[in-house]
Design a protein around this ligand. Sequence first.
Ligand code: DPP
Ligand code: ZN
Length: 844
Amino acid sequence: AETFYLKDYTPFGFEVESVQLTFRLAPHATRVLSQIRFTPKPGAADPQFFLHGEKLNLISAKIDGVAVSPVITAEGLTCDTPAEPFLWEAEVEIDPASNTALEGLYMSGGMYCTQCEAEGFRKITYYPDRPDVMSTFTVRIEGDEEVLLSNGNPVSQSQGLAEWHDPWPKPAYLFALVAGDLVNHPDTFTTRSGKEVELNIWVRPGDEDKCAFGMEALKKSMTWDEEAYGREYDLDIFNIVAVDDFNMGAMENKGLNVFNSSCVLASPETSTDANFERIEAIIAHEYFHNWTGNRITCRDWFQLCLKEGLTVFRDAQFTADMRSASVKRISDVIDLRARQFPEDQGPLSHPVRPEEFQEINNFYTATIYEKGAEIIGMLKRLVGDEAYRKALDLYFDRHDGQACTIEDWLQVFEDSTGRDLTQFKRWYAQAGTPRLKVAESFADGTYTLTFEQSTAPTPGQPDKDPRVIPIAVGLLNGNGDEVQPTTVLEMTQAKQSFTFEGLASKPVPSILREFSAPVILERDTSNTERAFLLAHDSDLFNRWEAGNALSREARIAMVLTGAAPDASYLDALQKLVRDDSLDPAFRALILQPPSQSDIAQALFERGHLPDPQKIYDAAETLTQTLAQQLADSLPRLYADTTVQGPYQPDAVSAGKRALNGRILSLLTRLDGGDQASRQYDAADNMTQQYAALAALLTAEKGTAQSQAFYQQWQGDRLVMDKWFALQVAAAPPEATAHIASRLTEHPLFTLKNPNRFRAVMGALAGSHAGFHHASGAGYQLLADKLIALDSLNPQTTARMCTAFQTWKRYDAPRQALIRQQLRRIKDTKGLSRDTNEMVSRILD
Ligand code: DPP
Ligand code: ZN
């Protein structure tokens, strides 16, 4: 397959002055007529007229009204063109009803919808489908559906016909069209300059009662972006549409966001607290793209992090403001370590700004999104809040309407702060997670911290240079009082020391507060000191971090030596759980064990072969012991954390319910499931119903409740996804693959719905001991289903291949089993470019 390189970038040889599209909708034979005005750029480096186009049936093509015969390949067409501005007209036929890849124009549950990012527009018509080609679009839709939507503002609507005009020049990846018998949840928003905007969430009939929360989230996002970034909305209307079959979470098309229904539909009866929080964040994310992504877009797909890293950072700031900042930070770091660190430490490691790819869809990764956001966070910490805001103002001012690069982004910071960011830029160019070793010394009142950074080689990058690392540090005295408030040390060398003077005694350091850089901190420290920080640190993130480290060390000791769970850790944990002065959400996070995959990685890094079954057993023993030791307090804790009254999805109630759910799962290990059964029966909201079912199934109980759940919810696709996923996630390791396999034969399982596929196969891959069971049954099942899915939906197939990316951690028999499955996938006839690239990189 062809590889694309950043260094090969050349601008398109033509301006696109305007685009006029007409869609005549028919499930298997939609006609798309395009009228596009091109102007050759004087002195263009690449004057060849090439339009992308894939799987299109070209009916006719004209230039200035005269029929032409372009040369057509599998990727597009070329044609001789005049030296003067000209009008290109084409008519193509496409087959949305047969489009199972969910890219371009496709059908989902009887409605038409589109997904064009990254390169889906070329499956709709011939076009220069690259983000640096921006133009205004006018769209005419002819169809029998009641609702016909596209980008921008409505021009005219009548029976069977709608016309839309988007005045803001945009790249084709932001194009969208929706047509269906939909109903709306309407509202309005007045921008701070007094402009009234019509808001709609469009859903299938029956889902109207699940829109109110999303609408509130949208209005909060619009207000927040005005206040925090000075950004107003810029059209008369903002539409959101919920779609059941969708490869991603959601898509920020200009004025017409299309959402995976799981990321917008919410009701107390069908959605958990976690769903509510995620929906709020994703609505914000897509809305924020209107400025960071749409008004200022990417020059080419190598710059994807320019919009994604920044927009993830912005949505995290929003969530921190709406909810608890430290809880959000802790959750984000858990997620970063679960998804980005393994990617960065394995065969798929790539720079935040990659320099080559075969299939761009494979680069919508945790590295580009989450590490991309971490880089913005470091930049903000280095320059300070005020300078950050000034730089962002300059960014919007200078680059509005443009397709930009990381160089443009950093230049704005250099110009507005006077800082030289040459070294900082390595964060974008160098892959891999830096390790930060710390040594300390104390003499005559002076305390010295010496840091040493290094980054292991990653594919294509054997040598790494030192990076700029902002290290937020505070110091505590022996009583737990802070003697040095948080200060940011700016590390630039491979090895560097920092001193603190005038200290009465050797302090206890709290390093990397708020996780100020995405690095792995390596420090020889004792469990006593960890317990001390867990009890006293003023930085809530580092308190949690200390508890997390204690928990990790306890597990590792159990796995390696068969030791009993560490008593001091259990003591500290019990104290915190009972400490009513602490935020319940924080206590719930303290009770959340490090993932078994994290433990496997830690063992691997220390030179041991991780045994997934032993890691699982240690986790079970630890939880059982904790439950027993807390036995006397559990009923009271359960009662105290039970939220009374009608369900509200706010952060405070959600935090309480999160803790309540953890207490319930401990209780269920002791009471045979009595309390969980009662909670299941009494629950009037999904959070409590789901928590009860999860606790029961994990304790190998709850067969009756699982059947009742199925009976109650079989008509609701999103709730059924939970039912599918939970059975796999709660299974004991030896049964995981078997249960997942049985579920794939269930009448409600389908390869065609990515949510359902991810529910079962994602849960399989996420069950560490189950997926890596020595039998290899998990590997085989996943490979079977990926092979089956690939011919239908390459994008989702390729993404799920990442389940295998950590294979080099494990013992030789497991490695052989995984390699065998990866080869089997790779040898599949007609394998997609997406999956081929992923499997080849993982095997490398
Ligand atoms: N829809 C995806 C996102 O918002 C890709 N742009 O991140
Ligand atoms: Zn995004």
